[in-house]
Design a protein around this ligand. Structure first.
Ligand code: GUN
Length: 293
């Protein structure tokens, strides 16, 4: 069993990006600039946004953090989005989700200029991705694709079972893995809460992508011998043996699943770090106008 090391890969990607920034600086070009909008006090969102800002510093990107209280109005948030759309120094930006309930996430996502949508959440980017056109890919699916590529995992003709149909992970990764090329050319089954006999579906998988947001949901006896398991979950659960009283677990029960796998991502240290690395890659593409010349 091989651990798919998101820490190592994300450090490699960040070194490559840092070398790119050195080249840009040497020729007097524009330094990539990522802005992040964080609304409210959610501890998880704060951790994620901090890690994005810290990664910008590591690779030499410029970053801006715009923080607002949870009672900000939708109109005020839309005004911030419009300002970022129009700021020529900002190459790409993200609005961290989830947003407070009184704000319509769809309306905010639609307001983001798709040329600056480095999260790849805008329907223009989603539609272009689905058609195989150049697009900003959503960060987590992009990070997973990069992980498969860098570990040379065979995908052509493999049966991939995705657990979870969210707009930001399950649905886009199922599209990307079914697309022509590498990584891709998989036969994909997209499963969800209404799937009949989920364990039976997962047992047919050569590649499992678990993105359902339920701690340790996928069990060892669901896994075909030699399968590749990508665990997208980041769940904090109670653990009295830890000093903090909690620990992080994924959407797969690692102790029972890992013995059956050829490859598996750990949590933490797997997909989460690749998500941040993918966001950095998208920000460089935005700055270089790679997707939208
Ligand atoms: N919330 C959970 N994942 C993400 C992400 O990739 N981007 C943003 N903006 N919010 C998220």
């Amino acid at each position: 069993m091989t651990l798919l090391d998101g820490k190592l890969l994300s450090e490699n990607i960040k070194s490559e990006l840092s070398a790119e920034v050195d080249l840009i600086r040497a020729r007097g070009g524009k330094i990539p600039h990522l802005a992040a909008v964080l609304v409210g006090e959610s501890p998880a969102s704060q951790v994620y946004v901090q890690s994005k800002i810290r990664s910008c510093e590591q690779v030499g990107f410029k970053s801006s953090l715009i923080q607002r209280e949870a009672d900000i109005s939708e109109a005020e948030l839309l005004e911030i989005v419009r300002g970022l759309n129009e700021d020529p120094d900002v190459d790409g930006f993200i609005v961290q989700l989830p947003l407070p309930k009184h704000i319509d996430e769809e309306r905010i996502t639609l307001a983001i200029d798709h040329r600056k949508d480095v999260d790849g959440f805008h329907p223009i980017n989603f539609g272009r991705m689905a058609q195989g056109l150049p697009a900003f890919l959503p960060a987590t699916p992009y990070g997973i694709m990069e992980m498969l590529r860098r570990y040379n995992i065979e995908t052509a003709g493999k049966h991939c079972v995705v657990v979870g149909r969210s707009n930001i992970v399950g649905t886009p990764i199922s599209i990307l893995l079914s697309r022509k090329g590498y990584p891709g050319d998989c036969t994909v089954t997209l499963t969800h809460s209404r799937t009949r006999d989920l364990p039976a579906e997962v047992r047919r998988a050569d590649i499992v992508v678990a993105a359902i947001g339920i701690p340790e949901f996928v069990k060892g006896d669901w896994i075909k011998e030699g399968a590749v398991v990508i665990d997208v979950g980041i769940n904090r659960i109670a653990d009295a043996t830890k000093k903090t009283g909690t620990r992080l677990v994924g959407d797969v029960e690692f102790s029972t699943v890992a013995p059956h796998c050829s490859h598996i991502t750990p949590v933490p240290g797997g997909v989460g770090l690749m998500t941040v690395a993918a966001l950095m890659m998208n920000t460089l593409k935005a700055c270089n106008r790679t997707i939208y010349p």
